[in-house]
Design a protein around this ligand. Structure first.
Ligand code: ATP
Ligand code: MG
Length: 398
């Protein structure tokens, strides 16, 4: 069946009161941006508090469906058969054709008609339409029966100014909020399982993403960096273009390694990552930092450790996985397509410098004392790292 239109459903935006237009516009923009890469010509319009994607040319149904499924803010979408108004009898006939083509198996199905007459000069009112179309379909198709409470098929008919919409199928979307409506966040992106998925989850709440990756050549390889680029690209499918800052962390890491107690390496390293990430975040209009941390997962993710890393920055740090089990994180990573890449075995900079027995309950005073030893080098080291920031613009469509 040729669907000439898709009705876009958005749950949460609808309750945004005065801001509703802002959210709708952001969603429309995002749909347009995404469909640019799908073959065919589409018009995305707002109409009577709804968003429609109208196809102006031939298109591939699977491709459009796939694209719409990546867009945050779309709760669900319905492929719509649009017909012209040629009277009620024709409407009945077209509805029957729709049912036949949509449910070609002709296996027993329950249904309910839900008609809405937005244009009041249509000669049949909604109640009568429900009854009459229902009776007509029952009469034509022996495999149909009515269930008004919990039907398999909720068949909607909408009489509108320009045309009539017939639809029943609802395809689940990503949910969440349209990109950009929550501003932009700086994702600390490693090559692991957690941080890419954390970026995805926060972006789903309406954040554009920038990302920062700390690498430590020659201790970490070019392949480890490429893995992070690949991960960013997979997330950009949902989150839009991501500017990835690659920061050379080797000198800072070596300095920490030489000057600080080894059981504190990880925590001090994490603090420097956060400091630098916050600096880049502020320079790039990011209102928050995002990490993949999960309470208790490793030594640097106890409450004391998180508190210790947290105190070096003032931007809010979003940790969407704080309460998630590893298996739950993995299932999200699998769903969004990052898992396979994340488990490739290239070392990241943390695994090479880890101590055998890292502190699990660091005290802030003690850590600050250890960091004192770096104080005269610190400024120059950070400055150099920032000056050599390699910025890559990463997009799914490149
Ligand atoms: P992940 O699976 O995201 O690597 P993890 O469980 O391995 O997380 P850690 O290695 O302790 O945890 O890192 C905690 C968080 O710090 C990561 O989720 C990520 O946000 C950030 N991070 C760690 N290493 C790096 C890095 N090399 N570059 C950028 N961010 C990093
Ligand atoms: Mg890691």
């Amino acid at each position: 069946m040729k669907f000439s239109s898709f009705l876009i459903k958005y749950a949460e935006i609808a309750i945004k009161g005065g801001n509703r237009k802002y959210f709708e516009n952001a969603l429309v923009t995002q749909i347009r941006n995404t469909l640019k890469y799908v073959e065919g010509e589409f018009r995305v319009i707002r109409e009577n508090g709804r968003i429609y994607v109208n196809a102006l040319s031939d298109y591939d149904f699977e491709e459009v469906t796939k694209a719409l499924k990546t867009i945050f803010g779309i709760y669900a979408f319905c492929p719509v058969l649009r017909i012209e108004d040629h009277g009620f009898e024709d409407l009945e006939e077209q509805t029957a054709r729709y049912m036949e083509e949509m449910y070609p198996e002709k296996e027993p199905l329950t249904f309910k008609v839900e008609a809405r007459r937005a244009r009041k000069d249509f000669p049949v009112d909604s109640q009568t339409m429900n009854r009459e179309v229902g009776a007509y379909l029952l009469d034509r198709f022996s495999w149909l029966s009515v269930d008004v409470h919990d039907p398999d098929v909720l068949l909607r008919i909408e009489i509108r100014d320009e045309n009539i919409n017939i639809y029943s199928r609802e395809i689940k979307g990503q949910g969440g909020m349209p990109l950009g409506t929550a501003g932009k966040g700086m994702l600390l992106l490693s090559g692991g399982i957690d941080s890419p998925a954390a970026g995805y989850l926060m972006s789903k709440r309406g954040l554009f993403l920038d990302a920062v990756y700390f690498h430590a050549p020659p201790y970490t390889s070019e392949r480890a960096k490429q893995k992070v680029v690949d991960l960013a690209r997979i997330i950009s499918r949902y989150a839009g273009t991501i500017r990835l800052h690659v920061i050379n962390f080797t000198d800072i890491q070596m300095a920490i390694y030489e000057m600080c107690p080894h059981e504190e390496l990880t925590i001090i390293m994490r603090r420097y990552m956060m400091r630098i990430a916050e600096h880049i975040a502020r320079e790039n209009d990011c209102g928050c930092l995002i990490t993949g941390e999960s309470l208790g997962q490793v030594a640097s993710q106890t409450t004391d450790s998180l508190s210790c890393t947290n105190e070096v920055c003032t931007l809010p740090v979003f940790r969407p996985f704080i309460a998630f089990d590893k298996l739950e994180i993995i299932s999200i990573a699998e769903r969004i397509g990052t898992y396979e890449t994340s488990i490739l075995p290239y070392e990241d900079c943390c695994t090479i410098f880890v101590a055998k027995h890292p502190v699990t309950h660091p005290r802030s005073e003690k850590i600050k004392e250890s960091e004192e030893k770096l104080k005269d080098k610190e400024e120059a080291l950070i400055k150099e790292a920032l000056e050599n920031d390699e910025v890559l613009s990463i997009s799914w469509h490149d």
